[in-house]
Design a protein around this ligand. Structure first.
Ligand code: GLU
Length: 601
């Protein structure tokens, strides 16, 4: 990537200038003719350009995702995977594509054990910066499949805006600089990554312009030859070689274990057409992503649990009590996620039971409205339930949460009423840190989403050819058969709680979608402590601790400097079916970018 210290345009002029640096960020946009929300103004502008040129929501989503591969290369790109959810206005149906990364065929079940000493690799730095954690990327196949099923544009046309941004560059902001800094040691371990993202060996300066000509060339290759040129031929060979023998700087102290991916693994990769998950929550039809993601089942189960309480009434009288129910419901749903959810091609996932409202009712028996349960709580019994309290406990699900917080999410709608909700990732911010030399993109480290120590009884155990369980939760909500709301977020396993919390903020607490998304967040994933943003602790900490016994700790982890949870995007559809409100984060991740084709506010 080359760097230019460019004049930064003022936000207003940048917004107006066609095809020029997009730096202005508006968290809310209202209007008609199509809309988009992403974390980045270049990506949102790419979607608006496509929508304005006659493309539909699917074309615009691919254009935005490809642009995020340029401007958010540490969160997503063709080296990763994701889940695509689509509402088709013509048929009124929801469809999904599972574009999750997949374990190589030769990956042994003990792949995460260090052959040198027979002990599990440390998660950091060994596993996160390694070839062994790189899954076969699913993102190019997802784009191609989505366009072939529902798009109006060819892949070549949908990639045009991203190629332009990669060539002319984008303006580095503080979030990008900070993320590069957070990855400094890992990126310096690989000359190809240093060259791209630490030009001249230096951290990119805020306000400078970064280009990625290698990625522009790779996108051009896909535009000319289709994604076959990614999954077969020289590029596939280079990807396999890079994974098998990560090209590291001899001076690095990082161990960088080698991976098992072959060119054949790439040739065999397929994005999968899937049925969505579905629950009805207080009259709203909530659709999400089925396994291999745990997003749809876990959000759905928690909603079924919460529906047994009159949450709107509780919230009106006592917001802390309503939040207590939210936290307890997610702990229960996470216990079941841990025990039962893995790749359905390899394990029997009881998706139907997990989404059954009778099961949810029975799980709700476990919630004491006055007191937080001791965590972790045990999983429920999906083989026998009748929705009647009390229930017999099943064995304890015990697992360590190693998902990191990266990823990106986008929401798009078009003038025909089609809607896309798409979450994509390379796992950790900065993925594996390994760039395929000369190709302009970083490879994922998604296989760290497997339970890292092999246990043959666990649903999410490592197996060759399997997809690691995800938490990504792209969600589309219909009301009376029409789109009401589409939303999603990054954030590892907190994605599930961010989507859920935003839904209950909107549906049960009656907040506007802007407020629902901006409100302070907390996440209870069946652990002793509730992780919460500082503003949430300020507002509700005393009540939740003193009255209910929750232990709240501030968000922030070893990998990032931010004390925040998620970075959601959403679009809400007005009842007239034409006006929409696109919403992005006002503050988190430096703020997101909402745009509409024809603004009305
Ligand atoms: N790897 C995570 C998942 O699939 C996403 C990572 C993230 O959001 O940071 O659920």
């Amino acid at each position: 990537m080359s760097v230019t210290t460019g004049a930064i345009m003022s936000p207003a002029s940048a917004h107006k200038a066609d095809h020029q640096y997009q730096t202005a960020k508006e968290p809310v946009a209202e209007g008609r003719g199509g809309a988009v929300s992403t974390v980045d103004p270049e990506a949102s502008a790419a979607a608006i350009e496509v929508l304005s040129k006659g493309g539909n929501a699917v074309d615009a989503a691919v254009a935005a995702a490809a642009t995020l591969g340029v401007t958010e290369p540490y969160s997503a790109g063709i080296g990763g995977g994701g889940y695509f959810v689509y509402y088709d206005a013509n048929s009124g149906k929801i469809h999904t594509i599972d574009g999750r990364e997949t374990a190589p065929a030769a990956m042994p079940t003990n792949a995460f054990i260090d052959p040198a000493n027979g002990k599990p690799y440390n998660f950091t730095p060994e596993l996160v910066t390694s070839g062994v954690s790189v899954g076969v990327p699913g993102t190019p196949a997802t784009w191609e499949r989505a366009l072939e099923r529902w798009g109006k544009f060819s892949l070549a046309k949908a990639l045009e805006p991203a190629i332009e941004v990669a060539e002319r560059g984008f303006v580095v902001d503080e979030t990008f600089r900070q993320q590069t800094d957070d990855n400094d040691e890992r990126f310096r371990a690989f000359p190809a990554t240093t060259e791209l993202f630490l030009p001249g060996g230096q951290l990119p300066v805020v306000g400078s312009v970064l280009k990625n000509e290698d990625l522009a060339d790779t996108y051009r290759l896909l535009a000319d030859e289709g994604t076959r040129a990614f999954y077969e031929g020289p590029l596939a060979d280079e990807i396999a070689k890079t994974v098998q023998n990560p090209p590291k700087d001899p001076a690095t102290k990082l161990p960088v274990p080698k991976g098992f991916m072959t060119a054949q693994d790439l040739a065999k990769y397929r994005a999968i057409d899937q049925d969505p998950t579905h629950v009805n929550y207080r009259g709203y039809d909530v659709y999400g992503m089925a396994p291999s993601s745990s997003g749809g089942t876990t959000v759905g189960e928690a909603l079924n649990i919460l529906e047994t309480f009159d949450l709107p009434a509780v919230a009106k009288a006592d917001r802390a009590a309503a939040l207590h129910h939210y936290l307890e419901a997610t702990a229960l749903a996470f216990a079941d996620r841990g025990k039962y959810v893995g790749d359905p091609a390899f394990v029997d996932v009881p998706t139907e039971a997990l989404l059954d409202e009778v099961f949810g009712k029975e799980r709700a028996c476990e919630i004491n409205p006055l007191k937080a349960a001791t965590k972790p709580v045990p999983a429920g019994d999906v083989t026998s339930y009748d929705g009647v309290c009390p229930v017999k406990p099943a064995a304890l699900a015990d697992e360590k949460d190693t998902e990191n917080i990266s990823t990106t999410n986008l929401t798009v709608s078009d003038k025909w009423g089609n809607v896309v909700e798409y979450t994509l990732t390379i796992e950790q911010t900065g993925g594996s840190g390994i760039t395929v030399p000369g190709r302009g993109f970083i490879l994922n480290n998604e296989l760290t989403d497997f339970n890292t120590v092999y246990n043959p009884t666990e649903a999410n155990r490592i197996e060759p050819g399997k997809r690691p369980r995800s938490s990504m939760s792209p969600t589309i909500v219909l009301k009376d058969g029409e789109p009401f709301l589409a939303l999603g977020s990054p954030g590892g396993s907190t994605i599930i709680t961010t989507v859920l919390q935003t839904l209950i903020n909107r549906i049960d607490f009656g907040m506007s979608i802007e407020d629902a998304l901006a409100a302070p967040r907390a996440t209870q994933r069946n652990t002793a402590n509730v992780t919460a943003e500082p503003a949430f602790i300020d507002q509700y900490g005393t009540d939740l601790t003193a009255r209910f016994g929750h232990k709240l700790v501030p968000a922030g982890d070893a990998f990032t400097s931010a004390a925040e949870i998620g970075a959601a995007t959403a679009i809400e559809f007005d009842l007239d079916g034409r006006t929409v409100t696109a919403v992005a984060e006002p503050v988190r991740r430096g703020g997101g970018s909402a745009m509409v084709v024809k603004p009305e506010r």
